[in-house]
Design a protein around this ligand. Sequence first.
Ligand SMILES: Cc1ncc(COP(=O)(O)O)c(C=O)c1O
Length: 356
Amino acid sequence: MAAKTCLHGGVFSVNPALVKVDFSSNVNPLGISKRVLRSIQNNLNSLFSMYPDPECRELKKNLLNYMDTDLDAEWITVGNGATELIHSFARTFIRKKAIIFNPTFCEYELASKRMGADILFISLKNLNSDYKSIIEKSKDIDAIFLCNPNNPTGLLVSANSIIKIIENVDSSTKVLIDECFIELIDKDPAAYSLISRVKEFDNLLILRSLTKSFGLAGLRVGYMVCNPKLTKQLSTNKIPWNVNGVAQMAGILALKDLEHLTYARLMIKTERSFLQREIKRKMQSFTPRKSDVNYFLIHLKNKDSTEIRDYMLKENGILVRDCSTFTGMSNDYIRVAVKTHEENLLLLDALESSDK
Ligand SMILES: Cc1ncc(COP(=O)(O)O)c(C=O)c1O
């Protein structure tokens, strides 16, 4: 039997014309800030006709200010979304072998395979209990990928658990910690992020994105934080003007409008509790799983995730993420994003009508 390919969700994973509300991609439920949108609209003319800064200098300045660190621009690489940086990381550092804690975001696997690397999948569940064997297995490994909070589970790993791994693997093994959703957790991101520890480890790279937290998925802005030596190595694979001018400006403005993010975080916390409570209270076949962020898994009893996704899409125009296309998962989970209250009511209706 051919190995299953890990795939993305989103509107373009199905017939887009059928989608009324997309619960399969998990971006800021408020989308882009209105203030940011207005400023971009006022500047479109020059943004369209001018070449953007190939070094993203102003954006890097704003990122440093936002992260509140004493790092400088040499510690930052900006990409056309975090996805570009995952591939750039693989092209630069992966030759033979990578470890991926799964189930997780597909792109680590796709980028490593593109480099012809063997992948050792380790269940995220064993991160704490099986720590010694993880270190043992990491000999001769080019890179380790760990997503925090993880996608699709929505769960956080403590900073200490990650540090234990970094401290014990060979210093030639690069450790990529994907923090693309960390700003949307309902705990203090600073207690989980490793940005403040990046100077301590020469092999640590932290991946962030503005596409989720600031609702800029269509514009594509991500960044990597790592020591200047690694930044330089990553830059050898960079294409000039990889981040367009509209995206750079949107990023700069979004980082100045943090109220938008604060408001989204409050909404996520309230709405996730509401959705999980209602699913537990009303439904037989669906059990929501614990999550720390703006999406969560729903376990299916006697139902198939692909069939449920197709049914809800056809009957209600609601798109959920079929988790059977995550490596290491089967057809007994879907993942849903937390959206606005009005949209969440539509999700509950659609789930209820499939709960037979
Ligand atoms: C964990 C994780 N990291 C990175 C990405 C890619 O983000 P970007 O849109 O910035 O490429 C995603 C997208 O879904 C993701 O889930």
